[in-house]
Ligand binder design. Structure first.
Ligand code: XMP
Length: 510
């Protein structure tokens, strides 16, 4: 295979993304004809090969919902109580995609002036509001055309469409495929843009908008196919550590109790997620979970060697996370002096994964969509932390520094994250408050970015461009057709914009 020759020639030197480029190939494939779908196990299919990292500044339920809506999957981190993590998974699994569950409503006694003030204060761009009484019972709908300065002295009651003129669906009509029900409704009622959902007592229970449904059904975004389970629920993963008893052995009861609770909520994948996965503890945790949950997708890691892949595959993992120290907030290589550059790690892992029949996830160090294309020539999916940490869907406060907005992003091996619970991931006791432990990650900030929808649209577009250049219709073809070229430092400089003063245009979003 061409990859074998390339990596044999570069055997003494380990390489990462910027060290290589991919050669173009004859192509009959346009980017929009490509299909980047992948799978992490026989039962877990994704329409895009992107996983959000199990980090406490990246993936909680909001991020996981956004990832699955865009065809990927999020792994809920474990720096929280088990109960809270189970709740977060339930939130993703019970999310009715496209249904705004707590729509902003108004009361009949309000004046239009108050509605306008509220919109102003909260920055709402929409102006149609359901009208409800104190108990939440639906009384009518205040249409946008009534919410104007010239009507400021009217009351909502005077301006609203009364209940009998408002289109609604009952919650029970959404069973099965809620999107299809809403889609049917909008097709049958052309010109109607809002559909309210009520419970059996006629209390407001949600709101669909035509634009959301159009987006979801793909009428306005060709390539987005949400990642769903067989019951039409969004996919969601959760990370666990390999917990130990005070005697230092794997705490089987704790691990099984925790994972059982996650499975009962419908979790689609469990990741036994540690900094060093080629260890007795992780092997035992994976074996234990495989024995108890034969059909569950198990992800485990991290490793950077063929031996590590084989070890976790034999323990029963379906997908293996590869990467030690490439992450943007990682200091493992500096602190511990271990870890190998990511592309070589992926290469050795991919060769063993092919033999063992398992998948690999390229975890860490991805800074641009071109890195994703390179990673996907060897891996089945990529895992991103830093690239998603600035999105509004990532947990964490927004802060202003010198007039610019930033979000916190920290390594799970940073001191603060370890204090919050992730110490076990780095082989330390969870009670590290007074202990001298070496942090293996930094605390940082990321500039606030666009929403996950917009960020992923850019990445997926990049992946599809790469596939088009290589003439690959799907990821197996991308792996087959990849030809690697080593790049010199001058070549690297040439690859990025140079000798120009870049003008940043700000995109306007509605
Ligand atoms: P990116 O580059 O996407 O990397 O920001 C995210 C990945 O980095 C790993 N990770 C760490 N590695 N020390 C490390 O050496 C840390 O504190 C740390 N925190 C996260 C992890 O694999 C994640 O998915």
């Amino acid at each position: 295979k061409p990859a074998d020759a390339f990596f044999r020639d570069n055997a003494q030197v380990a390489l990462t993304y910027d060290d290589i480029t991919l050669a173009t190939r004859y192509s009959e494939v346009l980017p929009r004809m490509t299909n980047p779908e992948t799978s992490l196990s026989e039962s877990l299919q994704l329409s895009v090969p992107i996983v959000s990292a199990d980090m406490d500044t990246v993936t909680e339920s909001r991020m996981a919902i956004a990832m699955a809506n865009n065809g990927g999957i999020g792994l809920i981190h474990y720096n929280m109580s088990e109960r809270e993590q189970v709740k977060q998974v339930a939130r993703v699994k019970n999310n009715i995609h496209g249904l705004i569950q707590d729509p902003i409503s108004v009361k009949p006694g309000m004046h239009i002036a108050e509605v306008l003030d509220m919109m102003d204060a909260k920055g709402f761009k929409f102006s149609t509001f359901p009208v409800v009484d104190e108990s939440g019972k639906l009384l009518g709908l205040l249409p946008g055309r009534a919410v104007k300065q010239r009507y400021r002295d009217r009351t909502v009651l005077e301006a609203m469409q009364p209940r009998e003129q408002v289109f609604t669906l009952r919650q029970s009509q959404l069973e099965g495929d809620p999107i299809a029900a809403a889609d049917r409704f909008f097709n049958d009622h052309l010109g109607i843009h809002k559909l309210l959902v009520v419970d059996d007592g006629d209390h407001l229970a949600g709101l669909f908008t035509l634009s959301d449904i159009e987006r979801i059904t793909g009428e306005s975004r060709d390539n987005v196919k949400p990642a769903r389970d067989s019951q039409f629920r969004l996919l969601c993963g959760a990370a666990v550590s390999a917990p130990r008893t005070p005697e230092g052995i794997i705490d089987r009861d704790k691990l099984l109790g925790h994972v059982t609770a996650l499975v009962e909520e419908g979790v689609d994948a469990i990741a036994v997620s540690t900094a060093h996965g080629h260890t007795a503890g992780v092997g035992e945790a994976v074996r234990l979970l495989r024995g108890e949950f034969p059909g569950l997708t198990l992800i485990a890691g991290n490793v950077t060697s063929g031996e590590g892949v084989r070890f976790l595959a034999e323990a029963g993992a379906n997908a293996i996370k590869v990467g030690q120290g490439p992450g943007s907030i990682c200091t493992t290589r500096i602190v511990a002096g271990v870890g190998i550059p990511q592309l070589t790690a992926l290469y050795v892992a991919s060769r063993e994964a092919a033999k063992a029949g398992v998948k690999i996830i390229a975890d860490g160090g991805i800074t641009k969509s071109g890195d994703m294309v390179k990673a996907l020539t060897l891996a089945d999916a990529v895992m991103c932390g830093g690239l998603l940490a600035g999105c509004p869907e990532a947990p964490g406060k927004i802060m202003e520094i010198n007039g610019k907005l930033y979000k916190q992003y920290r390594g799970m091996g940073s001191l603060e994250a370890m204090k919050a619970g992730s110490a076990a991931r780095y082989g330390h006791s969870n009670n590290i408050r007074n202990a001298k432990v070496a942090a293996e990650g930094v605390e940082a900030v990321k500039e606030v970015s666009d929403s996950v929808d917009q960020v992923l649209a850019q990445f997926i577009g990049g992946i599809q461009s790469g596939m088009g250049y290589l003439g690959a219709r799907n990821l197996p073809e991308l792996r087959e057709r990849a030809r690697y070229i080593r790049v010199s430092p001058a070549g690297q400089r040439e690859s990025a914009p140079h000798d120009v003063i870049e003008v940043k245009t700000t995109q306007e979003h509605s």
